[in-house]
Structure formats: structure tokens, C-alpha cells
Design a protein around this ligand. Structure first.
Ligand code: IPM
Ligand code: MG
Length: 372
């Protein structure tokens, strides 16, 4: 394996705590990686008006993949208030850097494995093993939004779709519209990634999680593409499910499912549900990748109130490191790391507060490193 270059972006809040944990384990594993650290997060928004500075984008462009911690996102008004005085009134708008990165680098797969590790006191049931493939670049998170709804746009929309007439008595200033944009290519490639995974790992089905009975055009496109893709995978069944019912079924019979595929927002929601089935966000790792780049991060946010307390569970981060190692072709170290994590969980001697213990983030990372 040729030496790989990895961009390291701890971000802010507990992103720093869990990144420190990641490096305790990486220093023990010693993969053939050159690291380059970069800036991202809330402090760069406040000081520079951009949480994702250009220099960071350049850093990503010259590396093979990125290991990412967490960043703070706040609603529009609040983020304005925290800008440095000289940056106020410049029309700067905070947009989630992670969503921007996913779109900028076309990281269309968001892969979220949710596995119930033995002796984890937080799991819902033993043996749960779910793999969520969330479309990561389009859908409701495309950023095509309007408030107020401009009149000319409104008239144009009415020309094509009379359903908007039910808002005739509402002023455009009192209407907000967020567009759910799906492309055929976007649907095709996320479904195909899920099927390829199912084939490679020996799963007999892929469940597409949408709502085509109501959201006919977008969810409909996803399901129709899923049917086409499924034809290329004769041994694997396509299960067509509705997202609402699926949330119930996942709680009732989580063992019935293995590989799930969904659009951006439904996948965001369903993957949090799946994460909770296996212990919560402390266990939720993720990888986002496209054809040319990949980014690995724990699904949890930056939890600023815990920053620097070394209280939070680093397992989601450590599992994300494993996904990254696998992606760069170091499957052996990836497997060794997952076994070490599983064995620390199984022993139950070193646990952060969420698992009922009093160990620190760093203690857990050291316990994992000691198993390697
Ligand atoms: C996630 C998060 C992000 C998302 C937020 C922080 C933008 O919820 O990674 O699941 O919506 O994708
Ligand atoms: Mg989420």
C-alpha cells in the first residue's frame, strides 16, 4: 500500500477530544499515513466569516481522504450575532461546512454502520446489524430554498402545478419553500452502492426507505431507479418500504433488516434511529465518499458543553478511523481496530459516562490501543 495523505480536521467542541482519542489509537496502529492538520469550525466563522476557509479546501484537494471531528452549527440569527464586529453586516451567511464539503467533493454516499456490540449496556437488542446508505448530496439538503417566495417564481410554479393554489390567500412573505431535488443519477448511484455492499458482504436484501405513495415524483424516482438497479443483482431482493412504517418496523423487528438505502433527509433521520438501537451517537460512525474523495466522521455533533472535559464516548470516532483505514486499503488494521474496540466493550471495564462508567475519552482510547 502506497503512503496515503490524510487531512485531519478536528473542528470544534468535542471534535478535539475525540480526535485526540483517534490519535492515541493511530499512534499504536502506525498505518502508512502522512497527516496534515487543517482549520474548520465555529472559531473560523467568528473570526474569518467562513467556517470552511479556502486553505482547508485546498488541503482536502491534495490529500486522499479526510478524518473529521465535529463542528458546531447554529441557526441563522444566532450565528450572525457571533461574527466578529468587523464582519457584521457584510451579508455573510452561515452554511453547514459539512454539508458544503459533501456537495463540493461530491461525496454522494453516506455510509452509517450500526452494529450491536456484545455487552454494550446501551443496545436495544443483541445481534442488530444495520448498514444505512444515505444519499449525501441532494434531496431536501440541496439548499434550494426560498423565503419569502418571490412572486414571479410563484406564478411560474402555478403554471406548472395547480396544487400551489391552496396558498393563494397567503402572502409570499409568509411562505417558505425548500425544494427536494433528486436526480436520476443521484438515485442510481446511491442505490447501486447499497447493492454492491450487500453483494460483497453477503446480505440477501436491500430495503429502499422512501415515501413514494405521497411524494410521488422524488421518492417515486428513487424507487423506480432502485427497481432498475436491483435487476443487476439477481440474488438480492429489493424491499420497498415507506419511511414512516419503516421506523416502526426497525423498532419492532430490527433483525429483519441489514442494508437500508434512502435519500438525504430520510437517511439522516433513519440513521439516527438505527444508531440509537445500538447504543446512541457514541457508537455511530460514518464514512462519506464519492468517486474521488472520502471523509470519515463520527455522526455526533460538537456538544460544546462537553468540550475539553474528555467525557464523551470516543467509540464512534474510533470506528470511523476503522472505516477510513478500510477505505485506504488497509483492511488488516481496520479489522484489528474493530476487534480491539469490540473487546474493550465486551470486557466492560473501561466505559464512558453514557455506558454507565466513569472513564474518560482518553482512558477508552488507551484501552483500545492496549488491545492492538
Ligand atoms: C448528520 C448531521 C448533519 C446532517 C448536520 C449537522 C448538517 O445531522 O451528519 O447526520 O444533517 O447531515
Ligand atoms: Mg444527522
Amino acid at each position: 500500500m502506497a503512503k496515503k495523505k490524510i487531512a485531519v480536521l478536528p473542528g470544534d467542541g468535542i471534535g478535539n477530544d475525540v480526535m485526540e482519542a483517534a490519535f492515541i489509537v493511530l499512534e499504536q496502529l502506525k498505518p502508512d499515513i502522512e497527516y496534515e492538520w487543517g482549520d474548520i469550525g465555529w472559531e473560523f466563522w467568528k473570526a474569518e466569516g467562513d467556517p470552511l476557509p479556502d486553505r482547508t479546501i485546498e488541503l482536502l484537494r491534495r490529500t486522499d481522504a479526510c478524518l473529521f471531528g465535529a463542528i458546531t452549527s447554529k441557526p441563522k440569527e444566532e450565528s450572525q450575532l457571533e461574527l466578529a464586529p468587523e464582519l457584521q453586516d457584510k451579508g455573510l451567511i452561515y452554511r453547514s461546512p459539512i454539508v458544503r464539503l459533501r456537495q463540493m467533493f461530491d461525496l454522494y454516499v453516506n455510509y452509517r454502520p450500526c452494529k450491536a456490540y456484545k455487552n454494550n449496556p446501551l443496545i436495544y437488542r443483541e445481534g442488530i446489524d444495520l448498514h444505512v446508505f444515505r444519499e449525501n448530496t441532494e434531496g431536501l439538503y440541496s439548499g434550494v430554498e426560498f423565503h419569502p417566495l418571490p412572486n414571479d417564481l410563484r406564478e411560474k410554479m402555478l403554471e406548472y402545478n395547480g396544487n400551489l393554489h391552496k396558498f393563494d390567500s397567503t402572502d409570499g412573505g409568509d411562505i417558505a419553500v425548500s425544494c427536494r431535488v433528486f436526480s436520476r443519477k443521484g438515485c442510481e448511484r446511491i442505490v447501486r452502492s447499497a447493492f454492491e455492499f450487500a453483494r460483497d458482504k453477503g446480505y440477501g436484501s436491500v430495503a429502499v426507505v422512501e415515501k413514494p405513495n405521497v411524494i410521488r415524483e422524488t421518492s417515486g424516482l428513487m424507487v423506480r431507479e432502485a427497481r432498475r438497479v436491483a435487476e443487476d443483482f439477481p440474488g438480492i431482493d429489493l424491499w420497498e418500504t415507506n419511511v414512516d412504517a419503516m421506523c416502526m418496523w426497525l423498532l419492532k423487528n430490527p433483525h429483519d433488516y441489514g442494508v437500508l438505502v434512502s435519500s438525504n433527509m430520510f437517511g439522516d433521520i433513519v440513521s439516527d434511529l438505527c444508531a440509537q438501537l445500538v447504543g446512541g451517537l457514541g457508537f455511530a460512525a460514518s464514512g462519506s465518499w464519492g468517486d474521488g474523495y472520502a471523509l470519515f466522521e463520527p455522526t455526533h455533533g460538537s456538544a460544546p458543553k462537553y468540550f475539553g472535559l474528555y467525557k464523551v464516548n470516543p467509540i464512534a470516532m474510533l470506528l470511523s478511523v476503522g472505516l477510513m483505514l478500510d477505505y485506504i486499503g488497509d483492511g488488516d488494521r481496520a479489522k484489528a481496530l474493530e476487534s480491539a474496540i469490540a473487546s474493550v466493550i465486551a470486557e466492560g471495564k473501561c466505559r464512558t459516562y453514557d455506558m454507565g462508567g466513569s472513564n474518560t475519552t482518553i482512558d477508552v482510547a488507551k484501552a483500545v490501543a492496549a488491545k492492538l
